[in-house]
Design a protein around this ligand. Structure first.
Ligand code: IMP
Length: 202
């Protein structure tokens, strides 16, 4: 069985990527908890995904898959974008608050006076696969929605509770995982990567 290493320690992402890759016939491994942080110093989602997948593929001599993702808010000129994970690094965490919750608090604060009609946003996901022989696959997909004024739902991770899918009138955190996997930026990027995998094998 072919082995693929998912180059992330983000449990939310792992939960979404592991099963579809296993269904494709891969044995899926994750990075050890003590694996060093890989510096994401690219200028785009694509560059950061490639940096992570290239590093792990070369270092561990394996097929590596990495994604770089985030939320882009139109009113904020596309921010937090590639800085989504570290958006509230300039905020002090409240007692018991997680980093994800602080990121959401900052975003809600900056958007507090912006009316609903100007709250368009989109999740972006660039997904990269790098093979030991240097072959690379890259896909970039989006999921359009609207930023709410307060959190709704407890599923998912990150900015999911603030992101409204207008067609379903549910946030990412109000959806079952299977529903999110039918619509999300990461699911679409993974699908594109899987199709590219299949055509490489032909
Ligand atoms: P990365 O690990 O550098 O790609 O950071 C991704 C950032 O975007 C984190 O803050 C995530 O919480 C957020 N993010 C990415 N995808 C999603 C999603 O599907 N739902 C909610 N937040 C997400």
């Amino acid at each position: 069985m072919k082995k693929v290493i998912i180059a992330t320690k983000n449990k939310g992402k792992l939960a979404e990527l592991e099963e579809p890759l296993q269904e494709l016939g891969f044995s899926v491994e994750i990075l050890p908890a003590d694996y060093p942080e890989i510096e994401e110093n690219g200028a785009s989602f694509e560059e950061n995904a490639l940096i992570k997948a290239r590093f792990v593929s070369r270092d561990l001599n394996c097929i590596a898959i990495a994604d770089d993702s985030g939320i882009c808010v139109d009113y904020l000129d596309g921010n937090p974008g590639i800085f989504s994970a570290r958006y509230a690094n300039d905020y002090v965490l409240l007692p018991g608050e997680t980093k994800d919750q602080a990121n959401n608090r900052k975003l809600l604060h900056l958007m507090r006076d912006v009316p609903m009609e100007k709250r368009q946003c989109a999740f972006h996901c660039a997904m990269a696969v790098v093979f030991p022989d240097g072959k690379e696959i890259i896909a970039h997909k989006t999921w359009e929605g609207r930023l709410l004024f307060e959190a709704r739902g407890t599923n998912g991770f990150g900015y999911d509770p603030l992101f409204l899918d207008e067609e379903l009138q549910l946030t990412g955190a109000q959806m079952e995982k299977s529903v999110k996997m039918g619509r999300s930026h990461r699911a679409k990027a993974l699908q594109a990567v899987i199709e590219a995998f299949r055509s490489l094998e032909k």
